[in-house]
Write a new protein. Structure first.
Lengths: 110, 398, 201
């Protein structure tokens, strides 16, 4: 028999020990941090993997079947390190409002 | 010329340090008090304040640095929040027992786990037994005033105790309010320069803190007890002077609001009194005979004032923004002291406590109305049903 | 208790933190000159900010003393101001807005372009767009006044001034004369007022 009434939306796990994120962190979506996004020209891409290595948020991943690198719109913060490090000039920065996709639209920042 | 500005509690506390002409400041960042050090760093950098500004490597280091500075004869200032206050815990007794009247500006923060920025009084209150003068400001103006008053009281040779000038994190420290800044001449008149009786000085060598035997231990403790017994008179003098010089109207220990003809009162300290006054006004206009009593000094606890003021009423609801796990009432710490103060009174009110505002939660008007309802029922039935109500988390609604 | 008019400003962390705060402080100070009761503060949990994170600043205006002063958020903002247009894609900026609100955006696009990204536009009465970046050429990145400190730089070189001008063109929350007492860069503010496009829905 619990001593106190705790509303469902205010529940906190015991000692605030929460399951650790695996793969991605669904409680901290950072795609809405970006003002510019990197756009790739697959013709120019030489698959040097610089973008995959340098991205601080692991937002470029190699798709081995299609043999191309894939961009993660949900978490990319638009830091443009990949654009800077691209060895073949395949990546360029484009203003985020030019694209209808990539909408994150969170209710609360986190 | 007095200037009226709008600034947060952190900024006004930093201004108080400037007017008090502190000489040594030791900083270490922790939110929410960190803005005080940010403002002081700006003032020292552009020459507005002539002080030594030292970066400590932790809160324990902060207190150790200012203890040394104070012992050498400098007016010293530091501060902290939340777990920073508890990190420095080892130093509180040596500083108080060593009679070094330095000041700590504390902007409250809930203690870990897990890392909540919100305000809760437990951090500073956990050190309430060490012999520091302690009290809570309810708005940025009082944060400014308290700092000056505490220096004056603490440095008085009849007291010589360190002080914790506390304010609620975010509610007082970050939300701006109106502050009237005085003239430097008014502050100079109120606060004399710092003069420690036996400072560390190579020309007149002294030793601070040598080893003693157990039979001398009680005597050491008695010295601090004496200081706390002498403090209330010094506080009354200082407040009377303050009111005269700065044109304010503080009562030394307890502030009463709409208590004429009140049958029950809210008893609290800190920021939520600002909302409480509005709740009292609304309840009064609906015919509920309620008032508010605000505690201005936690240490020294004003036992006689609490007894004489609270015994006028039929019911007292102590609002606790702090926790005392496993304590006698299984709630917070203020109710213990209120009941102890009232024990010998021939006419005692019914008392209970309400845990509200914990973790930095806002206390909205409707929670005050709920508390008033609980107290009304208590008065009607003539007895206290429960010692503590965790507001919003009780199963039965009174 | 009189109603409290709530204004929420969304800005980008670090690079626009000062601009967002300037807008909130500017609105509150101007309303103060007009004899209103005001509050202006940062959202506490959005800080400490990281570069580009969306964060909020708040201004609250009332004809009587504001009784519940310790709110953490503005639950029902009548006016929402964005210092960076891309935030429409990232947050539900009209959350909690009562019907008939205003959205003010710093952008070089037209109001229709912005509305494409706002699915709950039925809450809006009007949209105001102004290219504040073109008028001012950048942001003031300065930590002066952050975290409860006192601002010593003023509402000057950055996008806050034109956005305040645009706000007054679309709404009557404060008067232009009161704002000019508070804003250092009046020229930019008046340019913002002139160049703002107001679209009524």
């Amino acid at each position: 028999m619990p001593y106190f009434k705790i509303p469902k939306e205010k529940e906190v796990p015991l000692a605030c020990i929460t399951p650790a994120p695996v793969g991605e962190q669904p409680m901290m979506i950072t795609g809405n941090w970006r003002i510019y996004r990197p756009v790739i020209d697959h013709e120019k891409c030489t698959l040097c993997m610089n973008c995959v290595m340098f991205c601080p948020d692991a937002c470029w991943q190699l798709n081995e079947e299609e043999d191309e690198v894939v961009w993660n719109a949900k978490y990319c913060k638009g830091c443009s390190i990949c654009v800077r490090e691209c060895a073949s000039g395949a990546l360029t920065n484009e203003y985020e409002l030019n694209f209808a996709d990539g909408v994150v639209r969170l209710e609360k920042p986190f | 010329m007095a200037k009226e500005l709008i600034m947060s509690g952190c900024a006004s506390a930093a201004q108080a340090a400037k007017y008090a002409k502190v000489e040594v400041i030791c900083s270490y960042p922790i939110r929410p008090y960190t803005a005080i050090m940010m403002e002081l760093a700006k003032m020292v950098a552009n020459g507005e304040l002539d002080a030594e500004f030292i970066h400590g490597e932790g809160e324990h280091a902060q207190l150790s640095v200012v203890a040394g500075a104070s012992a050498a004869g400098a007016r010293a200032l530091t501060g902290s929040s939340g777990v920073g206050v508890t990190y420095a815990f080892e130093t509180y007794s040596p500083i108080a027992g060593g009679r070094l009247p330095l000041q700590m500006m504390i902007a409250d923060r809930a203690l870990d786990p897990p890392g909540d920025f919100g305000s809760e009084h437990t951090d500073a209150m956990s050190a309430r037994d060490q012999g520091w003068i302690m009290g809570w400001a309810e708005n940025p103006q009082e944060a400014f005033d308290n700092s000056l008053i505490y220096y004056r009281v603490g440095e008085d040779h009849r007291v010589l105790l360190p002080q914790m000038a506390c304010q609620d994190g975010y509610f007082v420290s970050h939300i701006p309010g109106k502050v009237v800044l005085p003239d430097q001449s008014q502050v100079d008149e109120f606060l004399p320069p710092y003069k420690l009786p036996h400072p560390l000085d190579p020309k007149h060598p002294v030793s601070h803190g040598p080893q003693i035997r157990p039979d001398q231990g009680t005597i050491m403790d008695l010295q601090r007890a004496e200081a706390m017994l002498a403090a209330p008179a010094v506080i009354k003098e200082a407040i009377a002077d303050f009111n005269k010089i700065f044109g304010r109207n503080y009562s030394p220990f307890l502030e009463e609001f709409m208590t004429d003809g009140a049958e029950m009162v809210f008893f609290l300290q800190g920021a939520h009194s600002m909302t409480c006054r509005h709740a009292v006004r609304h309840l009064r206009s609906q015919g509920v005979k309620v008032g508010m009593v605000r505690l201005r000094f936690l240490r020294p606890w004003p036992t006689d004032d609490v007894a004489s003021v609270l015994s006028k009423f039929k019911a007292v609801g102590v609002i606790e923004t702090n926790t005392s796990y496993g304590g006698a009432t299984r709630g917070g710490s203020l109710l213990h002291e209120v009941r102890a103060s009232l024990y010998d009174c021939p006419q005692r009110p019914l008392t209970t406590s309400f845990m509200a505002g914990l973790g930095g939660e806002m206390v909205p008007l409707r929670e005050f109305y709920y508390m008033a309802e609980v107290m009304s029922k208590m008065m009607k039935e003539g007895k206290t049903k429960k010692n503590v109500y965790w507001v919003n988390h009780e199963f039965d609604e009174a | 208790m009189a109603s409290v008019k709530q204004i929420t400003i969304w800005a980008r962390g670090v690079i626009q933190d000062k601009e967002g705060r300037d807008i909130a402080n500017g609105i509150a100070a101007a309303a103060d000159y007009e004899g209103k009761f005001t509050q202006a503060f940062d959202n506490y949990v959005d800080l400490p900010d990281r570069v580009n994170v969306p964060l909020r600043k708040y201004a609250r205006i009332s004809d009587e003393e504001i009784e519940e002063r310790y709110e953490y958020e503005n639950a029902n903002p009548e006016i929402v101001i964005l210092t960076d247009a891309t935030i429409v894609k990232g947050m539900n900026v009209l959350r909690g807005m009562p019907k008939g609100g205003t959205l003010v955006v710093n952008t070089d696009r037209t109001p229709d372009d912005i509305l494409k990204f706002v699915p709950n536009k039925e809450l809006l009465k009007q949209v105001v767009c102004v290219d504040a970046t073109a008028i001012c050429g950048g942001h003031t990145v300065d930590f002066s006044g952050s975290e409860g400190g006192i601002d010593s730089v003023g509402i000057g070189a950055g996008v806050a001034a034109p956005i305040l001008g645009a706000l007054v063109k679309g709404t009557e929350v404060v008067k232009l004369e009161s704002l000019s007492k508070v804003v250092q860069n009046s020229e930019a503010m008046l340019k913002g007022y002139d160049q703002a496009q107001v679209k009524t829905l």
